[in-house]
Design a binder for this molecule. Structure first.
Ligand SMILES: *Cc1c(COP(=O)(O)O)cnc(C)c1O
Length: 508
């Protein structure tokens, strides 16, 4: 066994890992990478098929990102944001505001940001370190805002079934994956959950299984939206409307790549607003072009039995400029949230850094005389880190090049084309692709949708067999994830899908 592998086994405790299983074999120790390829201590090469847990965008060892780090290092690595400003953080905040309000003037005046037409703009950026802390910031802001605006003394939050918003205690409170969250119930505050649209396993979907994404052949009347609306109505009748509806837009990642049918997000967020909730979008995984670049077609807007008022409340948006691809999932359904949490892809997967964006109105609620103590009492040692901000700026520059958006478009169609062959496997129940994220749900038999029990470790075994074929990814229960870096070539995507195909044949 390699010395580094031995040291790891002796001293490390790995996240979300049963360490008894871990200690049974030699871990892969990665030392280098280039593009989609990573290399271990023995010189063996692998494809990074989940972009190093959803963080990497342009590939490893990218010359421009490397240069950004080097240039910044010549100046300074870190200074505190407590009481001090810095160059890359200021520039990055401006870029993030531009990116999240496409077609709008980032430099619009404060007065216009306070006006009726400008109040939806995301104007203020609070930096932190990772997805969990970005969510903590949004949560605390929404909580305080609800109290200060006298909307509620005991603000309550609504999030989706199977939601995952991070591992710190506040973020855990917002989550609803029983396996991760139930054991900490005694430690966290209570939040409400409501059904999310999981078409493949939806109790309202009357369609018999087909060899296609369940969203495309579902038979329902959007009952999920009726359930959703009822939940918000009941809470409002109690005189304590939800402070915020917290959601992952378009696809719930850690829930198992649960993809929302087109139109759901627009409708659900419209209903939430109508019932007094602010919108808190967790774009930690979906941000930065991960869910695809084009606007979703609007023809497929939901028709429910009790027709919902359409597009209520949420949007004033200038026409999207043709040449700027969408970078947020929310933008694809023309939804304008009050809070957006960004992390994973913010630095292109280079450094831990996160941002929470919000509106002028929320910001204003924290203004006052010093002794009123309306200050937002929150901050981390590395808030606004200069190295991280410098590489994030370079990452955004890359994302906005025509080359990058073309590469993403090509990668999206390549994935769609390659994934088709997996339908030939009877153990594949559903294939959900949203832009550049894919979840393949493994089942005992596609005709019955019968799931493997977690004990059978179907997802883990398939991923292990993929790793033996030189493709690295991690499962979520019975769902195998593919989330390639944007620079992945067609041949690399083919190899990822073949490895999965063969692995399923081998172990199931
Ligand atoms: C990963 C993730 C988080 C947590 O981010 P960390 O950086 O791991 O703290 C939160 N929300 C979503 C949607 C995520 O995918």
């Amino acid at each position: 066994m390699h010395r580094l592998a031995e040291l790891d086994r002796r001293f490390l405790w790995h996240p979300f890992t049963q360490m008894r299983d871990w200690l049974r074999r030699e871990p892969i120790v990665l030392v280098e990478g280039q593009g989609t390829v990573v290399r271990d201590v023995h010189g063996r090469e692998y494809l990074d098929a989940n972009s190093s847990i959803w963080t990497n965008l342009h590939g490893h060892n990218h010359p421009q990102l490397n240069a950004a780090v080097r240039e910044q290092l010549k100046k300074i690595a870190h200074t505190s944001a407590l009481g001090l400003a810095n160059e890359p953080a200021s520039l990055l905040a401006e870029r993030l505001v531009e990116m999240t309000n496409p077609g709008q003037q980032a430099n619009a005046s404060e007065a216009s940001a306070r006006s009726a037409t400008g109040s939806h703009l995301l104007r203020k950026v609070f930096f932190s370190d990772d997805g969990s802390t970005a969510m903590e910031v949004a949560l605390k802001l929404a909580y305080e805002f609800a109290r200060r605006s006298r909307r509620s003394n005991k603000p309550k939050f609504l999030s989706l079934e199977n939601a995952y918003h991070g591992d710190t205690v506040g973020a855990v409170a917002l989550g609803h994956i029983d396996l991760f969250h139930q054991r900490y119930r005694g430690l966290v505050f209570k939040t409400d959950k409501v059904m999310s649209p999981y078409c493949y396993r939806c109790r309202f979907n009357r369609a018999v299984p087909e060899r296609a994404d369940a969203r495309d052949y579902r038979k329902c009347h959007w009952e999920c939206l009726e359930v959703f609306e009822r939940k918000l109505k009941i809470q409002r009748r109690k005189g304590n409307a939800y402070a915020a509806f917290v959601f992952e837009p378009l696809v719930q990642g850690a829930a198992g790549m649960i993809a929302q049918p087109s139109g759901w997000l627009k409708e659900a967020t419209g209903i939430a607003r109508e019932h007094g909730a602010l919108l808190l979008a967790d774009e930690v995984m979906t941000g930065f072009g991960r869910t695809g670049t084009a606007a979703l077609r609007q023809e497929s807007a939901p028709q429910t039995k009790t027709s919902h008022p359409k597009g209520s409340g949420s949007t004033h948006r200038a026409e999207q400029r043709r040449d700027t691809p969408f970078l947020l999932a929310c933008q694809r359904e023309n939804v304008q949230p009050d809070f957006v949490a960004l992390a994973k892809g913010l630095t292109g997967g280079y450094l831990p850094m996160a941002a929470t964006l919000t509106t002028q109105k929320i910001f204003d609620a924290f203004l006052g005389k010093y002794e009123e103590f309306k200050t937002f009492f929150h901050g981390h040692s590395f808030t606004g880190n200069q190295l991280g901000a410098a590489v994030a700026l370079s990452n955004l520059k890359l994302l906005e090049t025509p080359n990058s958006s073309n590469a993403r478009r090509v990668l999206e169609t390549t994935l769609t084309a390659e994934l088709k062959r997996l339908w030939a496997r009877s153990k594949v129940g559903d294939i959900r692709q949203v832009g550049l994220c894919v979840g393949v749900e493994l089942v005992k038999s596609w005709r019955t949708r019968e799931p493997f029990s977690l004990r059978e470790r179907a997802g883990i075994r398939v991923c292990e067999a993929m790793s033996r074929r030189g493709v690295l990814t991690r499962p979520i229960g019975n769902v195998v994830v593919l989330m390639p870096p944007y620079c992945s070539t067609k041949a690399q995507v083919q190899k990822m899908v073949s490895a999965m195909d063969e692995a399923i044949a081998e172990v199931l």
